[in-house]
Design a protein around this ligand. Structure first.
Ligand code: HEC
Length: 146
């Protein structure tokens, strides 16, 4: 038996596999929004601009998110993001849980961890700058120097 493949056959095989991947179902839903705002306009503008695609039920699914295997990566990020922090279901958290997340949000933003740098490549408007810091610090109840 011979397994030698021409380049043309290899490309065709790859196309077939890629085509097949498109039939794997991906969960790309936006469940109902329970809380529409977690604070005043200032902080909502920051969160909407930079976080809502992964941390709310108002995700704007990108065009590359329609094509497997990228769609799997996007859906995975959104589902993991929502699991940890979902502004659309903020109402479900008790005071202690909210305070914990507020502290965590400031930590992750200050360290440049959130939004993820790869996301900023495609969404330059989501970049958090030091101009955004005062409103974030205030909402996250960060003590002076923190
Ligand atoms: C591209 C998707 C994406 C965007 C945009 C994004 N995040 Fe995240 N975020 C994630 C994912 C995925 C996780 C879970 C994995 C991890 O902890 O790194 C996460 C985790 C977090 C956590 C940790 C929660 C916990 O309790 O562990 C915080 C806080 C957070 N994000 C805040 C933010 C904030 C604030 C913004 C906007 C300024 C933001 N994220 C933007 C995807 C995103």
């Amino acid at each position: 038996m011979k397994f030698a493949m021409t380049l043309k056959q290899l490309l065709l095989l790859m196309l077939l596999i890629l085509g097949g991947l498109q039939f794997v179902p991906v969960d790309r839903t936006n469940p109902p929004v329970e809380s529409t705002r977690v604070g005043p306009d200032g902080i909502m503008n920051v969160f909407r601009r930079a976080c809502f695609d992964c941390h709310s039920n108002e995700t704007v699914w990108p065009w590359y998110g329609q094509v497997a295997p990228f769609s799997w990566l996007v859906a995975r990020d959104v589902n993991r993001g929502r699991e940890k922090l979902n502004f659309s279901t903020w109402n479900r958290l008790d005071m202690r849980q909210q305070e914990k997340l507020q502290a965590e949000i400031w930590k992750r933003v200050k360290s440049g961890d959130m939004p993820p740098p790869f996301y900023n490549l495609g969404h330059p408007e989501a970049l958090i700058t030091t101009d955004d810091h005062p409103v974030l610090r205030k909402w996250c109840r960060v003590e002076a120097g923190g």
